[in-house]
Design a protein around this ligand. Structure first.
Ligand SMILES: C[S@@+](CC[C@H](N)C(=O)[O-])C[C@H]1O[C@@H](n2cnc3c(N)ncnc32)[C@H](O)[C@@H]1O
Length: 258
């Protein structure tokens, strides 16, 4: 199942309505809310670096990990063009292989953990994160809520036609498995020198699979792994989520001893 192959090269354009500055501010608000001081961050599923780059610009020491070579390629190009060097590693976070310990923060934003489709694998990532964090360090992540995946994305069809990109996006959700398959066909205008070829579009196909995690499932595995002060917040607020929150932020602190 191809995920974030060619799609990587249109990802930023399709995400142009996302306010990443607000996202970064919210992450920093959650640091304050949880009373943690953060200098170094390991970001899982960093994608094209839309949070990695602004966080690096704010002087955090940040390293990004992603499974997609193409997403990292875009991130690397952007960081080089902006003169902001980044440490980027291509890895599957389910088999996270990282041996720098005592980290202040492990971050995973914008659905990264929805792509982890079994609770056992998610628990494995939480366990490894616990091991890598310093005592008092924070695991901070956000996911699309169960409500958003099951009811809003559900079995719906979406599409958009822009000047240079068009896409058709069909969803298939199964509440027994809590899995959604998102079939994505996208059409990207070919850069042509010749006027006759000016209206040629190349077609690509990807299927993305995500799991609609429930809040209690996540809280329970964070707890089993040993995290303390486990909190969740609805959308971009510091309030508890309600039944219609579409994005849920979680924070959990590694606290050993009393
Ligand atoms: C919706 S994008 C979010 C990217 C970025 N965090 C952002 O805020 O724009 C999800 C990312 O998760 C990555 N991803 C999915 N499964 C992964 C895995 N097992 N290990 C590492 N990265 C993964 C994808 O390659 C993609 O870059």
């Amino acid at each position: 199942m191809e995920q974030y192959g060619n799609f990587a090269y249109i990802y930023d354009e399709l995400m142009d309505d996302v306010d990443y500055e607000k996202w970064v501010n919210h992450i920093e608000n959650l640091f304050i809310e949880n009373g943690v001081k953060v200098k170094n961050i390991l970001e899982l599923a960093c994608g094209t670096g839309n949070l990695t780059i602004p966080l690096a610009r704010k002087n955090y020491d940040i390293a990004g990990i992603d499974i997609s070579e193409e997403m990292l390629d875009v991130a690397l190009n952007k960081s080089e063009n902006m003169g902001i060097p980044l440490v980027l590693l291509q890895q599957d976070m389910v088999k996270l292989d990282f041996d720098i310990y005592d980290l202040d923060c492990i971050l995973c934003a914008c659905d990264g953990f929805n792509y982890v489709t079994s609770l056992e694998e998610l628990k494995g990532i939480f366990s490894k994160s616990y091991e890598l964090l310093k005592n008092g360090g924070i695991l901070l992540f956000d996911i699309s809520s169960y409500y958003k995946i099951s009811k809003i994305l559900g079995n719906n069809f979406m599409g958009e036609a822009r000047e240079n990109i068009a896409y058709m996006w069909s969803n298939y959700y199964d509440d027994k498995t809590q899995l959604i398959d998102m079939d994505l066909d996208f059409f990207v205008k070919v850069q042509a020198d010749d006027e006759e070829e000016d209206n040629l579009f190349e077609r690509y196909h990807e299927t993305h699979q995500q799991r609609a995690h429930k809040i209690n499932e996540i809280e329970s595995i964070l707890n089993e792994v040993g995290f303390k002060n486990i909190n969740c917040y609805g959308d971009f607020s510091i309030l508890k989520p309600d039944e219609k929150s579409e994005r849920i932020f979680f924070t959990a602190i590694k606290k050993k001893g009393n």
